[in-house]
Design a binder for this molecule. Structure first.
Ligand SMILES: OC[C@@H]1[C@H](O)[C@H](O)[C@@H](O)CN1C(=S)Nc1ccc(F)cc1
Length: 396
């Protein structure tokens, strides 16, 4: 969507995978969907270096609204759980230098059964703008699939007409795929990023399923991605319970290769230091936020290793090698630069830097040099390869 926003993939925190629709604030006040949750996350994001690392959006997902609209037909926050209201919450988040995201649905109800926006697109866009909202996640439940496109386009227009800069996160293709192949030109014109596939869960099998679906459809998906519009493989679940550290490294590496929005869903108030270090790794974030804005793709599979690559600015290439074998110990992957589809980056030499599983400058490599990379089961080696320019600044 050409609204000047999301020129690089959106970075932030989104409540859904970790906190879901937990509205029992009597039994579980620390983890229920209420204003304090976002205020506390905002405080931590500033205090613990998340904003500094680039994580800017604090996003509310489903289950925030009151079950009835107000007398003017406007959405309103649940008065018990958000007693100060969304505008005050936005002011609080803005006072911390962060931005606030909110959630609504293109159909008659949200997936959680709260009021949907069908028939209220202008009203809701205006309400969100008046509250000072900076991002809208627009879900696709309870909508006749033949009307999905119309609905997503109408809300895009309504948001634009408010005159406020609001990142528009859609789920249009996710709800259309079961019926027919979506039109990604229309989707890119309408949205700043778009969910294509099933919700992520806190498990390696969920992350693998999303990766496999993306690779299978990469010929359709990758051309649609670029500054202002991104494919969204769903939230980062790093820092929760289901992924081993190697699997957490794999999700972080591959989400950077896929130019995916980096929307964490975890408890930043209580996260293990290694997960925090991984999520704040500046070299990986640099790949994710690369200004060239080209989405990466899977280039091959050999001996249960998957190769992914992403072209970067400055004659550089990001490489990820994922060990899909889930038995045994670390395996050696023989990286021979000449065998890469993008071997020209190293003709006749290039500089190689390993970022994961550990940082290591591998130095200048000739085209036919071979490196053995040790990769854990369901782990990933993430590298950047930089073409060595000759004196005239041309590549070889
Ligand atoms: O209710 C909101 C929740 C989250 O926002 C997800 O990111 C969205 O993809 C949608 N969503 C859920 S649980 N959607 C959903 C998931 C499974 C299902 F059987 C019916 C609806």
């Amino acid at each position: 969507l050409d609204n000047g926003l999301a020129l690089t993939p959106t970075m932030g925190w989104l409540h859904w995978e970790r906190f879901m629709c937990n509205i029992d604030c009597n039994m579980d006040p620390q983890n229920c969907i209420r204003e304090e949750l976002y205020m506390q996350m905002a405080d931590v994001m500033v205090k613990e270096g998340w904003l500094e690392a680039g994580y800017e959006y604090v996003c509310i997902d489903d289950c925030w609204p009151h079950h009835q609209r107000d007398a003017q037909g406007r959405l309103q926050a649940d008065p018990k759980r958000f007693p100060s209201g969304i505008k005050k919450l936005a002011d609080y988040v803005h006072s911390r230098g962060l931005k606030l995201g909110i959630y609504a649905d293109v159909g008659s109800m949200t997936c959680g059964g709260y009021p949907g926006s069908l028939g209220y697109y202008e009203t809701d866009a205006k309400t969100f703008a008046e509250w000072g909202v900076d991002l809208l996640k627009f879900d696709g439940c309870y909508m006749n699939w033949t009307m999905l496109g119309e609905g997503y386009k109408n809300m895009s227009r309504a948001l634009n007409q408010t005159g406020r800069s609001i990142v528009y996160s859609c789920e249009w293709p996710l709800y259309e795929w079961p019926f027919h192949e979506p039109n990604y030109t229309a989707i890119r014109e309408t949205c700043n990023h778009w969910r294509n596939f099933a919700d992520v869960y806190d498990s390696w099998s969920s992350v693998k399923t999303i990766l496999d679906w993306t690779a299978t459809n990469q010929k359709i998906l990758t051309p649609a991605a670029g500054p202002g519009g991104w494919n969204d493989p769903d939230m980062l679940v790093i820092g929760n319970f289901g992924l081993s550290h190697s699997q957490q490294q794999s999700q972080m590496a591959l989400w950077a290769i896929m130019a995916a929005p980096l929307l964490m869903s975890n408890d930043l108030r209580d996260i293990c230091p290694k997960s925090k270090e991984l999520l704040q790794n500046r070299r990986i974030i640099g790949i994710s936020q690369d200004p060239l804005g080209k989405q990466g793709y899977r280039t091959g599979t050999v001996d249960s290793f998957e190769m992914w690559e992403r072209p970067l600015s400055g004659a550089r290439l990001a490489l990820a090698i994922l060990n899909r074998q889930e038995i045994g110990g670390p395996r050696g992957f023989p990286l021979t630069l000449a065998t890469l589809p993008s071997w020209q980056y190293c003709n006749p030499r290039c500089n190689v830097t390993q970022i994961l599983p550990t940082y290591q400058e591998l130095g200048v490599q000739a085209l036919f040099s071979k490196q053995i990379l040790k990769i854990n089961p369901s782990g990933t080696a993430l590298l950047t390869v930089t073409q060595i320019q000759d004196y005239s600044g041309k590549g070889y």
